[in-house]
Design a protein around this ligand. Structure first.
Ligand code: SF4
Length: 124
């Protein structure tokens, strides 16, 4: 049925109202599902944040904040080197915590650093 009179909108029947409520409910449920999926995408399943006290992290002088690296103890470190521009980092650019090839099932801080750092091509 076609209705084109803005002064006299058609009255909704009860089944139409239920349909709109159901649609609204489905929309809210879908939005909640997308939000949940987004949160999961930020933390890959089975990954945990790397602890600076992890034996491998200690051995490779890993720190969450590259600004705290002591250049005297780590002569290969130069200001501007950090995990986000390292060849070994994976995951999504811009995320604060990302997987790293050197630390399986761990997330490293994008601002972090370790002695394995190598410049990722195309980064500064
Ligand atoms: S290998 Fe690169 S990305 Fe991984 S912890 Fe070391 S500096 Fe960060």
């Amino acid at each position: 049925m076609f209705h084109n009179d803005p002064e006299n909108p058609p009255k909704m029947t009860i089944p139409e109202r239920l349909t709109r409520r159901q649609l609204l409910g489905a929309t809210v449920t879908a939005a909640a599902g997308l939000a949940g999926a987004s949160a999961l995408a930020q933390t890959p399943a089975g990954f945990t944040k790397l602890d600076e006290k992890d034996p491998q992290a200690v051995a490779l002088h890993y720190v969450h904040d590259a600004k705290l690296v002591d250049p005297k103890k780590n002569p290969t470190y130069k200001p501007g080197h950090h995990c986000a521009n390292c060849l070994q980092i994976t995951g999504k650019a811009g995320d604060a915590w990302r997987p790293c090839n050197i630390f399986p099932k761990k997330l490293v801080a994008a601002d972090g650093w370790c002695s394995v750092w190598v410049q990722k091509p195309g980064t500064t």
